[in-house]
Unconditional design. Sequence first.
Length: 255
Amino acid sequence: NRLKEGFPENTLHAVAAKAIPLSGILNRINTLGVGLEVASLPELHLAIKAGFAPQKIVFDSPCKTRAEIEYALQAGVYINADSFDELERIAGLLTTIESKSKIGLRINPQVGTGSIKSTSVAGMISKFGVPLNDNRVQIIDCYRKYSWLRGIHVHIGSQGCPVPLLVEGIRKTLDLAIEINIVLEQESKAPVSVFDIGGGLPVSYHVDKEPVTMTQYVSMLKIDCPELFTGEFRLITEFGRYIYANAGWVAAKVD
């Protein structure tokens, strides 16, 4: 509820399935009117089986095969492409099939890493997303080339990434989106209309440490990225750890 209160009403809050891929929990989440972010084909099948509407599912796998992309396009779920090669695969498939899917492109804003290397994905070299610094022109050209490419996605890491770093990555990607839309407007083409800010808000695993609250995070975004709250973009969020970490428990049995 705090998550939904902080963002515009039409925001799609796609809760990360990988954080707790249990059908009973997912069914409960579905009744709350939010969506699901999936990072693999099995998670996509799980989301559909749990009853999530296609337009409330975000498919983010960085290594989608052509068969997986085709399945996702036929299902009509939102797809975040992870590379230029994946955009080409999507383009090829869309010549033979019709789809209601909306497509975004994941950007690596290259703003640096946090204190946990394995969960930081916005360094100069990352296994996810298109690096921005050396590919800005090529990225813009893709939006000019593909009329169905209407979204943009950024996620720089989770747990260990300080909140100002999250905001910096979103700001840098937002500047890119605004630049893309200026170019598209000049060419009388439809603009980027969806902005996926990812997740990554760190939580506290220690009772004596206060984590940044969602209210504080949203306030920081409103100061540094006010364009996200003007209605120009429909927002998507992908929080997982923030939703689950401080609401769970662990049970163990010792024989």
